[in-house]
Design a protein around this ligand. Structure first.
Ligand code: FEO
Length: 389
C-alpha cells in the first residue's frame, strides 16, 4: 500500500486489460482507478473503482483496513469507472454510509438500481468530522459531470477527475516528481474529457487555490505533490483556452495522398520560415484524441482536407465535429482543400469553424486540384505567411 500522508493510503487499482477508456480513448499505458483510505478516528474510503476490478479493490481495502471497518464511502463522482464497485462495497460493509452530493446519490441509484445504500448528501461548504481531521466538501459541477464534488482532508485535495491522467500507476508511477512528463497524457485526458467545461474548471481552480493543499489525489493517474504551481498553471491555461505552446498544428485528411502531400509541403514551408514548432497529424490514422489535444495546445491550425460526397472528407468532418463538441475556441485557422471536379471541403470547413467561438480564418484558402503542382507553391507560401503573421 502506498502512503499518501501519514494516515491516508492508496487502495486503487490498475486496469491494463481495458482496450478503450470511456469506449473511445486508447490507453497504451493502461488506466488507474484511484481510491484512497483515510484512517482517522473514523474511517473513510474515498471512491470505489470500475466494476471490472471490484475483487482486487476490496482485497486492497481489506489489507489496508487491517481489521478496521469503514464508516464512510465518499463518492466524489458517480461515473461507473468510480461507482462501479459501490454495490459490492455496500454488500460487504452495510453499516458504512455512502456520501455524495444529492445529485450524485440520485445517479448512484440509477447505476445501481435496487441497491439499498445507507446515504448522506453533502453540498458545498459541508464537512464531515473524522476525528483528528475533517473532510471539507466543494462542489465541482461539470468537472466532469454535474454531480461532482471534491474534498480536502488535511493537506490533501481529493480532486475527482480533475488533474487526472491516462496510464496505470504500475507503469507510470504512483507519484509525480518534478522531472516526470506529467503533461503529455494529462493534456490528452483533460481536453478530451473536460475540455468543453473550461469555465467550470476555472471556478474549481479558484476554490482549490484557497484550500492550500500540498497534495492532489485525483481519481486517475499519479498523485501530485511538491510544488503544485506548474500543474495549477497548466490547468489555468487549458481551462481558459489559452495557448500552451507556440507553433502550428497541421492536420490533414487525405483520400489518395494528394492532400497529404500538400499538407506535408506546407509543414516544410512553415519550418523553413522559422516556425518554432510544426506538428502534423493524419486524421485518418492518428489518434483522434491526440489530434484534439494538439488543436488545443497550439494557437494556430491548418486544416487540409479532401472533398467527399459533395462535402468534407469524413475524418476531417469528424475531427471538426469533435472540436465543436469540446468548445474549441480562440484560435487562428488556415484552410487547404482538395477536389478533382467540384471542391466542396473548404465551404464545409468554413461553415463549421464559423460556428466556433473566436476562431478566425487567416490567409486565402488554397485549393488543390487532385495533385499539388509547382503552380500551387506560391499560394502555400502565402498561406504559411498568413498563419505565421
Ligand atoms: Fe473518471 Fe468522469 O470519470
Amino acid at each position: 500500500m502506498k502512503k499518501i500522508i501519514d494516515n491516508i493510503v492508496y487502495v486503487g487499482v490498475d486496469d491494463n486489460d481495458l482496450d478503450l477508456f470511456e469506449g473511445q480513448y486508447i490507453i497504451p499505458e493502461g488506466m488507474a482507478y484511484n481510491s484512497y483510505l483515510v484512517l482517522d478516528g473514523k474511517v473513510a474510503v474515498m471512491d470505489s473503482v470500475d466494476a471490472s476490478k471490484t475483487e482486487q479493490w476490496l482485497a486492497n481495502l481489506d489489507t489496508a483496513l487491517d481489521g478496521r471497518t469503514p464508516d464512510y464511502l465518499v463518492m466524489h463522482h458517480i461515473e461507473p469507472d468510480h461507482s462501479g464497485s459501490a454495490a459490492a462495497f455496500a454488500a460487504k460493509y452495510p453499516e458504512a454510509t455512502v456520501v455524495a452530493s444529492a445529485m450524485g446519490l440520485k445517479y448512484l441509484s440509477q447505476f445501481a438500481p435496487g441497491v439499498a445504500f445507507r446515504t448522506q448528501a453533502v453540498k458545498e461548504g459541508d464537512s464531515i468530522d473524522l476525528g483528528k481531521g475533517s473532510l471539507k466538501f466543494f462542489s465541482a459541477p461539470m468537472v466532469h459531470w454535474p454531480e461532482v464534488m471534491v474534498s480536502v482532508y488535511d493537506t490533501v485535495l481529493f480532486s475527482a477527475d480533475a488533474f487526472g491522467k491516462f496510464g496505470s500507476l504500475g507503469k507510470c508511477g504512483y507519484f509525480i516528481d518534478e522531472d516526470d512528463d506529467w503533461a503529455c497524457e494529462a493534456r490528452r485526458y483533460y481536453f478530451n474529457i473536460c475540455g468543453k467545461y473550461g469555465p467550470q474548471v476555472q471556478a474549481l481552480l479558484k476554490k482549490v487555490s484557497a484550500a492550500n493543499a500540498s497534495v492532489i489525489a485525483p481519481l486517475h493517474g499519479p498523485i501530485l505533490r511538491g510544488d503544485l504551481k506548474p500543474y495549477m498553471d497548466l490547468y489555468n491555461t487549458w481551462s481558459s483556452y489559452g495557448v500552451e505552446t507556440e507553433g502550428v498544428f497541421v492536420a490533414y485528411a487525405s483520400i489518395h495522398g494528394g492532400t497529404a502531400e500538400a499538407a506535408q509541403k506546407l509543414a516544410d514551408i512553415l519550418k523553413a520560415k522559422g516556425c518554432p514548432k510544426v506538428v502534423v497529424s493524419d486524421l485518418c490514422r492518428d489518434d483522434m484524441a491526440e489530434a484534439v489535444e494538439d488543436a488545443f495546445r497550439y494557437g494556430r491550425m491548418v486544416l487540409c482536407a479532401s472533398s467527399y460526397d459533395a462535402g468534407l472528407f469524413t475524418p476531417a468532418y469528424n475531427f471538426l465535429h469533435t472540436l465543436q463538441m469540446k468548445a474549441w475556441q480562440k484560435r487562428k485557422v488556415a484552410l487547404v482543400e482538395n477536389g478533382t471536379w467540384g471542391p466542396t471541403a473548404g465551404k464545409v470547413m468554413r461553415d463549421m469553424f464559423s460556428q466556433m467561438k473566436e476562431v478566425t480564418e487567416v490567409g486565402n484558402m488554397v485549393t488543390i486540384r487532385s495533385r499539388m503542382t509547382s503552380a500551387d507553391i506560391p499560394a502555400l507560401e502565402a498561406l504559411a505567411d498568413a498563419i505565421l503573421a
